[in-house]
Design a protein around this ligand. Structure first.
Ligand code: SAH
Length: 335
């Protein structure tokens, strides 16, 4: 049994069953043993592969999106470019590379990374060497005095959420054989992510005060529904959510309808990732890159492209949503 599982059991013995939100916060974010706090879970040798790790095309398209918005905003002389949950720093590195020929863009930028994991902060430092970067434990600490553009890929799915069976909050408890179980075990499950929805409302309130836009990409559904989407991934396989505490990634699908409730600024989308990337010109960019590459690299570029946009791969399950507010009229690209 992992040390973290022992900690979870002790807590349940002391205080009774814990909510799924509390369980997830511990499993992912326990300062010493939490899944994200210990190591680098990404890539082929890790537990899962995210879009920026699939192909540089992903980050380049987001870079085009960011640079275009900065221009729509009237090229402000100062811009906070904020990424939530930057993982290995690959997405930000690709965004910055894609924008380097846009006159004045890099000069205006200051990069802010919201990252709770010291191990991943270190990885990000390596990936972004040479850039002016500031780290924050949470979004509240991002400075509020300049316009901003906020990005997050597979960040929202990692935020704790809750489940209900009828009116009863589902919890993690111990059965007679001291096994971790859900209580209640059976019934129709509704999911509700107050922490995630409040986070989004907070980001939008900051956009309203500072001007700018946000772009979040994640897997999930456009309309609220019923059903259990709690999942654990380890070594590229789905595993039992209660059995690998601190050694498997835990997520739930993002309810994009709930994310928009109570938001009083501009909303773009949600649209499917495949449509979004195609609208930004990913096909053309892939052909350009492949044209300069050898046959083997060209095949890799093609494979990456299809993984990102095909509907049986990441193209349909992943959705993109934008939020914006500015004294100039903004029309975020790709929607
Ligand atoms: N965006 C990256 C990584 C996604 S994994 C990519 O696409 O590859 C989720 C990321 O969010 C990790 O960097 C993790 O450490 C970070 N994270 C998760 N919960 C967080 C929280 N509550 N506060 C700050 N960072 C968090």
């Amino acid at each position: 049994m992992s040390e973290l599982e022992e900690i979870v059991r002790q807590k349940i013995r002391a205080d009774g069953p814990m909510s799924i939100g509390a369980f997830m916060a511990l499993a992912l974010g326990h300062p010493e043993h939490g899944y994200y706090m210990k190591g680098d879970p990404f890539g082929r040798d890790g537990d899962f592969v995210t879009a920026p790790e699939v192909s540089q095309l992903f980050g380049e398209m987001i870079g085009v999106w960011v640079a275009d918005l900065w221009m729509q905003m009237g090229r402000p002389e100062r811009l906070a470019l904020v990424e939530c949950g930057p993982g290995r720093g690959t997405l930000m590195a690709d965004i910055l590379r894609a924008g380097r020929n846009v006159v004045g863009f890099h000069e205006a930028l200051r990069v802010h990374l919201v990252e709770m994991s010291p191990v991943l902060q270190e990885k990000q430092r390596e990936a972004l060497a040479g850039y002016d970067v500031v780290w924050h434990q949470d979004f509240e600490r991002v400075p509020g005095d300049v316009p901003m553009i906020v990005i997050g890929n597979e960040f929202l799915d990692a935020l704790p959420f809750e489940q209900y069976v009828g009116d009863v909050k589902r919890k993690v408890g111990l059965d007679e054989d001291a096994q971790l179980v859900f209580v209640p075990m059976e019934g129709v499950v509704y999911e509700f992510a107050p922490y995630r929805n409040d986070f989004m409302k907070y980001v939008c309130s900051r956009l309203k005060a500072q001007g700018g836009a946000a772009l979040f990409i994640d897997y999930g559904h456009v309309r609220s529904g019923v059903g259990d989407t709690f999942q654990a991934i380890k070594g590229h396989e789905y595993v039992d959510v209660l059995s690998h505490i601190g050694t498997a990634d835990l997520t739930s699908h993002v309810d994009f309808e709930a994310l928009q409730r109570g938001v009083d600024i501009g909303i773009a989308g949600p649209v499917e990732q495949g449509d979004f990337l195609r609208a930004l010109g990913i096909g053309l960019r892939a052909r350009m890159l492949a044209g300069k590459a050898d046959a083997c690299q060209a095949e890799m570029i093609e494979k990456g492209l299809h993984r990102l946009i095909d509907s049986d791969q990441m193209g349909e399950l992943f959705k993109v949503i934008g939020f914006y507010y500015h004294d100039k009229p903004l029309a975020p690209a790709g929607f």
